[in-house]
Design a protein. Structure first.
Length: 133
C-alpha cells in the first residue's frame, strides 16, 4: 500500500506479501475470525514489557515512519530488555536507524553485512544495518 501511495507503483512484484496475493485470499476469508488487531504501538508494547524473550530482532521500515527520538527509544528499550547477547537487523528505505549510534564504542556494527544481505533479500530496494549488543 505505501509503495503505491508514495511511488505511484510497486517497485517490485516481490513486495506484495503472500497473504495479499489472489491465491491466498480464500484462506484469509476462512481465517478472518482469527485475526486480532491491537491498538498499541510497538513503542508502548516494549515499554510495558518486563523483559523481552528473544536475542534476535528484525525491524523493518520502522525508522522510516517514526521520529529519530522514537527510534532511539525503541532501540534502547529493546537493548535494555533483551536477552544478552542480542542482535538487531534493521531494514530501511530512507532513514538509517543507526546513523547516530555509529559513534558509540558500546556496540558492534557490521558494515560488510549490508552488502552481502542485499543479494539475498527479496526486496532489493532496502538498505540494512546490523547492531550487536
Amino acid at each position: 500500500y505505501f509503495q503505491i501511495y508514495f511511488f505511484g507503483e510497486l517497485l517490485s512484484d516481490a513486495a506484495i506479501p503472500d497473504y495479499l496475493k489472489p491465491a491466498n485470499m480464500e484462506l484469509i476469508r476462512l481465517r478472518k475470525n482469527n485475526i486480532e488487531f491491537c491498538l498499541k504501538s510497538v513503542l508502548e508494547e516494549i515499554a510495558e514489557a518486563p523483559q523481552l524473550l528473544y536475542r534476535n530482532y528484525s525491524l523493518s521500515n520502522i525508522s522510516d515512519w517514526i521520529s529519530t527520538e522514537e527510534m532511539d527509544g525503541l532501540l534502547n528499550g529493546v537493548i535494555e530488555k533483551s536477552l544478552v547477547p542480542a542482535r538487531l537487523l534493521l531494514r530501511y528505505i530512507h532513514k538509517n536507524p543507526l546513523a547516530g549510534w555509529r559513534s558509540s564504542s558500546e556496540f558492534s556494527f557490521d558494515d560488510g553485512f549490508e552488502h552481502l544481505t542485499r543479494f539475498v533479500d527479496r526486496f532489493p530496494f532496502y538498505s540494512f544495518s546490523k547492531l550487536d549488543v
